[in-house]
Every structure is written in C-alpha cells, then in structure tokens.
Design a protein around this ligand. Structure first.
Ligand code: SF4
Length: 74
C-alpha cells in the first residue's frame, strides 16, 4: 500500500491575510495552519501527513487561493 502525502499551497494573498490565517488556524481539524507572531500564515509541515482532505481550508478561502495537493509515494 503506497502512503499518501499532501502538500498545501497557499498563495501570497492568503499568507499575508491575518484574518484568513486566523480562520484557517481555527478551521483545520488537524492543526496544519498556524499564525506567525505578526499574524501571517504558517503551514505546519510536521502536521501535513495528518490531513484528512476535508477541504474546509479550500472552502474558507477565495477560489483557487489555497490548494491541497495530493502527493503519492510508493
Ligand atoms: S483539507 Fe482539512 S485537514 Fe487538510 S489542511 Fe485543509 S482543513 Fe486541514
């Protein structure tokens, strides 16, 4: 069974938007998003393998601003 990994691509308008960063931090059930001290978005690389592909982050952002990219290994 190949393991699945994902990558989250958030564009710069999301990274620099403290309000969206806060929303993403609250919405992701597995804490893939966090906020830097200045309010900008930080993607928590260590938690990426916990992603449940719920798409809540995608729905919370303007269309196309965030992408959950499925990567496969094996
Ligand atoms: S798809 Fe769900 S679990 Fe994965 S990063 Fe987005 S909100 Fe988090």
């Amino acid at each position: 069974m190949p393991s699945m990994f994902i990558r989250v691509d958030a564009d710069s308008s999301v990274h620099s938007n403290a309000e969206l960063a806060k929303k993403l931090t609250e919405i992701c059930p597995v804490d893939i998003f966090a906020q830097n001290p200045d309010g900008t978005l930080r993607i928590v690389e260590d938690n990426l393998d916990e992603c449940v592909l719920c798409d809540l982050c995608v729905e919370a952002c303007p269309p196309g601003a965030i992408k959950v990219v499925k990567l496969y290994e094996g």
